[in-house]
Ligand binder design. Structure first.
Ligand SMILES: Cc1cc2nc3c(=O)[nH]c(=O)nc-3n(C[C@H](O)[C@H](O)[C@H](O)COP(=O)(O)OP(=O)(O)OC[C@H]3O[C@@H](n4cnc5c(N)ncnc54)[C@H](O)[C@@H]3O)c2cc1C
Length: 331
C-alpha cells in the first residue's frame, strides 16, 4: 500500500477546477489498488487554499511552503517534492495536471524519480485494479493505450476532463501537513508579469452544456441560428477550427487538439464532421449529440445520440421545442 500524490493546481486564491478531477482519479486508483491519497500544494503561501482540499476524504493535505515556490519553476518544485519524499515516503503514483504550467515539470518529475512519465492522458480505462492510460500520439493520428509496469513512482499527467469531477467523493477531514522544504537551487525561470487573457463571456471549461458549431453552418450570419438554441438551453457556444479560422468566431471558442478540451454534461455538435483533432477535445463529455446531414459522418461513431438531418431544419425545431418546454416548466 503506497501513497498517491495529487499535485493541486491553483490560480491566485482559487483551486483550478482540474484539481478536483485529479482527486477523483486518485480516489479511484486508491480504491482499486489499496493506496492512500495526499493532495500536495506548493507555493509561497499555500495555506489559504488548504480548506478547499480538506473537504475530500483523503489522508493528507500537504502544504509545501517556500518563497521559491511562488512561481512554478521546475528546480525549486522538484526539490520540494524530493524533500517531501525523503521526509515521508516516496509515492507510488504522482498525478499532475497536464496544463501549460506543468508540461515540463511533469517530464522532469519522472527523471527525478528515475521512473516513467506519461503525459497528455485523455482517459483512464480500468482492467481490474490496473489503469490503462489513453493518450494521443503522432499528432493525434493514433491513440496509445499505456500500461505502467515495474516499481513506481508512476508519474501521470491528466488532461482537463480526462476524469469527471462528478466522480469525486467528498466528506472528509484530512490532516494538514505543512513543510518548509530545503531549496538549495533557485529557480532559473522568473515570472516577469502575468496577464490574464481576456476571456469574454466564453467559459467552455466550466459550462455544463456546450453547443459546438462546425463548417456545416456555412457562414457567420447563420451562427445566429445556433446562438438562439444555445441561449434557450443556457449553453456555451463552442466551435470547430474551420469556424475560427474563417473568423466567424474568436479562438476562445475553439474546441480540439489546438483549442480547448471540454467535459460538459451535454455536448451538441452542429455541422461538425468529427475529425480526430476535434473529437479529442470532447471525449470527456457525458452525453454527445451530433447533428449532421451526412449519416456517414465520423462524429456519429462517438455520439450517444445522432440526428442525420439538415441542421437548418433541426436547429430551429429544437429551439422551438426547448422554449415550449421551458414555458411549461419542463426544463
Ligand atoms: C494540427 C491540427 C490541429 C487541429 N486542431 C483542431 C482543433 O483544435 N479543433 C478542430 O475542430 N479541428 C482541428 N483541426 C482541423 C480538423 O482536422 C478538421 O479539419 C476540423 O475539425 C473539421 O471541422 P468541421 O467538422 O467543422 O468541418 P468539416 O470537416 O468540413 O465538416 C463539416 C460537416 O458539416 C456537415 N454539414 C454540412 N452542411 C450541413 C447541414 N446543412 N446540416 C447538417 N450538417 C451539415 C457535413 O456533412 C460535414 O460532416 C486541426 C487540424 C490539424 C492538422
Amino acid at each position: 500500500m503506497g501513497i498517491i500524490w495529487t499535485i493541486a493546481d491553483y490560480r491566485g486564491a482559487r483551486l483550478n477546477p482540474q484539481t478536483v478531477e485529479l482527486v477523483a482519479a486518485a480516489q479511484e486508483l486508491a480504491e482499486r489498488q489499496g493506496h492512500r491519497v495526499w493532495a500536495v500544494l506548493a507555493g509561497a503561501d499555500p495555506a489559504p487554499l488548504a480548506e478547499a482540499l480538506r473537504t475530500y476524504p483523503i489522508e493528507k493535505v500537504v502544504l509545501l511552503r517556500h518563497p521559491q515556490l511562488a512561481y512554478l519553476s521546475a528546480f525549486p518544485f522538484l526539490q520540494a517534492l524530493r524533500f517531501l519524499a525523503d521526509r515521508t515516503e516516496p509515492p507510488a503514483w504522482v498525478l499532475y495536471p497536464h496544463t501549460y504550467r506543468y508540461y515540463d515539470i511533469g517530464a522532469r518529475l519522472g527523471v527525478a524519480f528515475r521512473s516513467e512519465t506519461v503525459s497528455d492522458v485523455q482517459r483512464i480505462v480500468w482492467e481490474g485494479a490496473e489503469p490503462i492510460l489513453i493518450k494521443p500520439t503522432f499528432t493525434n493520428k493514433f491513440i496509445a493505450r499505456i500500461r505502467l509496469t515495474g516499481p513506481g513512482p508512476h508519474v501521470v499527467g491528466l488532461q482537463p476532463g480526462a476524469v469527471s469531477a462528478d466522480a469525486v467523493r467528498t466528506g472528509g477531514s484530512p490532516e494538514v501537513l505543512e513543510l518548509t522544504p530545503e531549496i538549495q537551487q533557485a529557480g532559473r525561470r522568473h515570472l516577469v508579469r502575468s496577464i490574464e487573457a481576456a476571456r469574454g463571456k466564453v467559459d467552455l471549461a466550466n459550462a455544463p452544456i456546450i453547443i459546438a458549431v462546425g463548417r456545416g453552418i456555412g457562414s457567420k450570419e447563420n451562427l445566429a441560428l445556433v446562438q438562439e438554441l444555445a441561449d434557450a438551453l443556457g449553453a456555451a457556444l463552442g466551435a470547430s477550427r474551420p469556424v475560427v479560422d474563417a473568423g466567424w468566431l474568436p479562438f476562445e471558442h475553439q474546441i480540439g487538439s489546438s483549442g480547448q478540451t471540454v467535459a460538459p454534461k451535454l455536448y451538441i455538435g452542429v455541422g461538425i464532421s468529427g475529425a480526430m483533432q476535434h473529437v479529442v477535445g470532447i471525449k470527456g463529455s457525458k452525453v454527445i449529440v451530433a447533428i449532421n446531414k451526412d449519416p456517414e459522418a465520423p462524429i456519429f461513431k462517438i455520439a450517444h445520440y445522432g440526428i442525420a438531418e439538415d441542421l437548418f431544419k433541426v436547429v430551429p425545431a429544437l429551439t422551438k421545442k426547448v422554449r415550449e418546454w421551458k414555458e411549461k416548466g419542463l426544463l
